[in-house]
Ligand binder design. Structure first.
Ligand code: GLY
Length: 422
């Protein structure tokens, strides 16, 4: 019997999750909370706070959904999956203790090291002198990370020692990140291209998804400030699914074993942020959820039943499970508000979404939008994620940019080099 699924969250990642689940034969209905104008076209939306465990569990019970798929990290860290488990409602996402793999960078490093997974050296400390000593030990470029979730602002990479010491003082002396910065992780800098590899995990076993390349900087040529991600493409030449299957044994299974041994088995999406160094892939970080906007590029390539795979991971085993993939490429270009990732206006009218979405092989995913009366307006930094499929990355790229050319709003900003030269 087909299942009803509640997707938690309201960004571009949640729109593409809801979209892919709607297309899954095992799924009857998709509802979102709080959702956005894009998910509202797929099914009902419910205006609750997704980080309130009791409100989420209450809603899921009232709707009688079969599965809850948690999009963002904040509800996971807040214990939403624990609250659902207390009511025997299956959820795709880790419990709060396991979500610490994203919620605490020191915890993540400890797990990587204990599991023997390849990563750079690091020192976790809340002591200023120890942090200063670690900076000297690793040398430039200096990497200073707040231990906890700091809204994407907790990582500083500095070329000068004085600047790095200032970053330490911002967190430990001036308390810029509050409790999230009361511990720091000082890391060895990992040099090389970053790759995103997602594993659907059942506590022991993993099914890897096609890797993607993310673009984190705001401006072309990887200039400007770090953002949540300005675009993505898949497949990544030289780093395709069949070329990274060794990561199951090198990274995913040992990490799952380590978490299980500590009494916190990990069910959900484990996102390995890797750097391809000259010494091979090394782990930069883990996230406890799908990446945004990589997911908007990856999921449209799925040929099989995503809903069934997430159900298996949440309730049983993914051993032997496989997803089929379309032999097509996907490119996603993010349209952001002017000023993002700094301050930006909201409520700006958006034009052209329907025309762009009407192009062949194009999907427009809503990230930061809302409806005001009958108008679609901006409501966030990343506003829309435009994905196109094509026979090659170059063909998908051309179509994605053609689609973004049809969309406009005052101050719109996009990178023009997503998937360029691939
Ligand atoms: N695109 C990076 C992330 O989702 O964290």
């Amino acid at each position: 019997m087909a299942r009803d699924v509640l997707v938690l969250g309201g960004g571009g990642r949640e729109h593409v999750l809801a979209w892919a689940l709607t297309r899954s034969p095992s799924v009857a209905k998709v509802v979102t909370a709080p959702g956005n104008p894009g998910t509202a076209e797929l099914g009902p939306t419910h205006a609750i706070d997704p980080t309130d465990p009791d409100a989420v569990a209450e809603l899921a019970a009232r709707l009688g959904v079969d599965l809850v798929v948690v999009g963002p990290e904040a509800p996971l860290v807040a214990g939403v999956v624990d609250a659902l488990a207390a009511r025997d409602i299956p959820a795709f996402g880790p419990v709060a203790d396991a979500a610490r793999i994203e919620g605490s960078k020191a915890f993540a490093k400890a797990i990587m090291e204990a599991a023997g997974a390849p990563t750079g050296g690091a020192v976790a400390t809340g002591d200023r002198d120890a942090a200063y000593a670690a900076l000297e030990r690793f040398g430039p470029p200096y990497v200073v990370k707040a231990d906890g979730l700091a809204a994407g602002k907790g990582v500083r990479i500095c070329t000068e020692l004085d600047e790095a010491r200032d970053a330490v003082d911002d967190a430990l002396v001036r308390g810029l990140f509050g409790a999230a910065g009361s511990q720091l992780v000082i890391e060895e800098f990992l040099d090389g291209p970053e790759r995103s590899v997602f594993g659907v995990c059942d506590g022991t076993e993993v099914v890897l998804l096609e890797p993607a390349q993310d673009y984190k900087r705001a401006l072309d040529g990887d200039a400007g400030l770090n953002t949540g991600g300005m675009g993505a493409y898949t497949p990544v030449p030289g780093f395709t699914l069949s070329e990274v299957d060794h990561l199951e044994d090198l990274v995913f299974r040992p990490v799952l074993q380590e978490l299980a041994d500590r009494g916190t088995p990990y069910r959900g999406l484990l996102y390995a942020g890797l750097v391809e160094t000259t010494a091979g892939p090394k782990l930069l970080e883990f996230n406890a959820r799908f990446g945004d906007p990589e997911t908007q590029a990856i999921l449209p390539r799925i040929g099989g039943d995503l809903g069934e795979l997430l159900w298996q991971a949440a309730t049983g085993s993914v051993a032997g499970a496989e997803l089929s993939w379309q032999q097509r490429a996907a490119v996603t270009v993010v349209l952001a508000s002017g000023g993002y990732p700094g301050s930006y206006p909201t409520g700006v009218p958006i034009h052209g979404v329907e025309a762009a979405a009407a192009l062949p092989d194009v999907e427009v995913f809503h990230a930061g939008t809302r409806r005001e009366d009958d108008r679609l307006v901006t409501a966030g930094g990343r506003v829309l994620a435009v994905t196109a499929l094509g026979a090659t990355v170059a063909a998908a790229r051309e179509q994605a940019y053609e689609a973004t050319d049809l969309i406009g709003f005052d101050g719109v900003h996009r990178r023009s080099d997503i998937a360029a030269g691939v």
